[in-house]
Design a binder for this molecule. Structure first.
Ligand code: GLV
Ligand code: MN
Ligand code: MN
Ligand code: MN
Length: 428
């Protein structure tokens, strides 16, 4: 007979809030932009320093640390029955340009604190417990989101895409990885693919990145599903020319084609009629980028999402039709229309949702079921493991900007629900 996780009394679960806040602040200092903003891009010098910081925290917590070919980092606490599939939890620490210090970080440092909480309580895991720090959840450098978790999920298309991708400075993925100390080769990527026997459950703690929990004064969000994201790269090419000398009727302006497509994205999203459909043109670049030169090339990157995959796909089709129509009308070439990813939504596992609800009740914390409008590594871990997510409130729902904030009390609540759920699943 195994001890029940619920015999862990709420008072035996003590989160070291001072220590956890200090770690969040220390990690935030590894940034390429000044505080309060955080910028930590895949395989940059700051990313490498942040990775060492995480590995040393894992070691201090008594976990055995392993790193895979692309730098996903795993810290394991061996259970009494270490041959069983482990229970894993984690998130990412990369940060998009000028973002904040909580997105992802709460799910990595919080997971490590959950391990320490359980150790301090005297808990002995049956299944091993593992903390995972995923490589490049954010698509900033190579345009591929959830790079590490997609590979773990065995998505061949990503392994193939990594052969060709380059960053803004024309560095290949493999060169960038090598620069960060990862001598990764193409064949290593498929060796990373996990089987469904690796984990019996995967959990992720994350700030909500939306306003609902704070507005409603609820402590814990328990995610039921993650919305379906897609991203698209578009390029238009025209003849360019002198901004004074080429008269308006003679122009084919690639910049105006991009501007028109950006507005079409908004229009097609609104046409869905649902508040759940969103679309963003977050990147819009003009070449050569001189005030007195007609843009000869334009580049857009479009993000569109919905909780309804079919409706999201309809938006993508309409965007493609508009791109073709605009190119024709403006006499420019649509030289690229690439759907970089078009992911289906993921459902959280009923038994994990249930365990999280029980844990919240046990801890006397209010909770509500909700969907995740942001994507997470969990979207892909769900392909190889039963998955569940815990949200905590964040200030005004702010995220992906420097004003992002979550109180240490709210983070500690999330850590406790995580710890109790990990304990429960470890004994299952
Ligand atoms: C997460 O960063 C997302 O873009 O949803
Ligand atoms: Mn993010
Ligand atoms: Mn995140
Ligand atoms: Mn992200």
């Amino acid at each position: 007979p195994h001890p029940s996780a619920l015999s862990l009394s709420p008072s035996s679960l003590s989160v070291d809030m001072v220590g956890l806040q200090r770690q969040i602040d220390e990690l935030a200092a590894f940034s390429d932009t000044p505080a309060p903003s955080v910028t930590r891009i895949l395989y940059s010098e700051k990313d490498v320093l942040a990775r060492s910081y995480i590995k040393s925290l894992m070691e201090e917590a008594g976990l055995s640390v392993r790193e895979d070919a692309v730098g996903n980092i795993f810290g394991r606490w061996n259970g009494a029955e270490a041959g069983l599939a482990a229970v894993a939890t984690g998130s990412h620490i990369d940060a998009i340009p000028y973002s904040g210090k909580y997105d992802g970080v709460v799910g990595v440092l919080g997971a490590l604190e959950a391990m320490r909480v359980l150790r301090r309580s005297g808990f002995q895991p049956r299944r091993s417990l593992e903390v995972i720090m995923f490589t490049s959840e954010e698509p900033t450098r190579f345009g591929i989101s959830c790079l590490g978790s997609r590979l773990l999920a065995g998505i061949e298309a990503v392994a193939n895409a990594l052969k060709h991708v380059v960053d803004g400075q024309n560095n290949s993925f493999f060169d960038a990885a090598k620069g960060a100390g990862y001598d990764v080769h193409q064949e290593d990527l498929s060796n990373m693919f996990l089987t469904k026997e690796s984990y019996s459950a995967f959990l992720e703690l994350h700030i909500e990145q939306g306003p609902i929990l704070e507005q409603e004064g609820v402590s814990i969000g328990i995610v039921t599903a993650i919305a379906a994201p897609a991203s698209i790269k578009v390029e238009f090419e025209g003849n360019g020319g002198h901004a004074g000398a080429v008269l308006m009727p003679a122009r084919n302006d690639a910049g105006l084609a991009a501007a028109e497509l950006a507005l079409a994205v908004e229009k097609h999203v609104m046409e869905s009629g649902s508040i759940d459909t969103v679309g963003t043109v977050g990147i819009l670049e003009l070449h050569p980028g001189a005030i007195n030169s007609i843009p000869s090339k334009s580049h857009l990157e479009i993000d569109t999402r919905d909780i309804d995959e079919k409706r999201r796909n309809t938006v993508i089709e309409k965007i493609q039709q508009s791109a073709t129509r605009i190119a024709k009308a403006r006499g420019v070439k649509l030289s690229q229309f690439e759907i970089v990813n078009q992911d289906p939504p993921a459902l959280c596992e009923g038994s994990i949702i249930n365990a999280m609800e029980v844990a919240s009740q046990h801890l006397n914390l209010t909770h509500k079921l909700m969907i995740s409008r942001a994507y997470h590594d969990s979207l892909f871990m769900a392909r190889v493991s039963p998955m569940g997510m815990i949200f905590i409130p964040c200030y005004k729902g702010y995220s992906h900007k420097p004003e992002e904030y979550a109180s240490i009390e709210d983070i500690a609540n999330g850590v406790k629900v995580l710890a109790l759920t990990l304990a429960k699943l470890s004994l299952d």
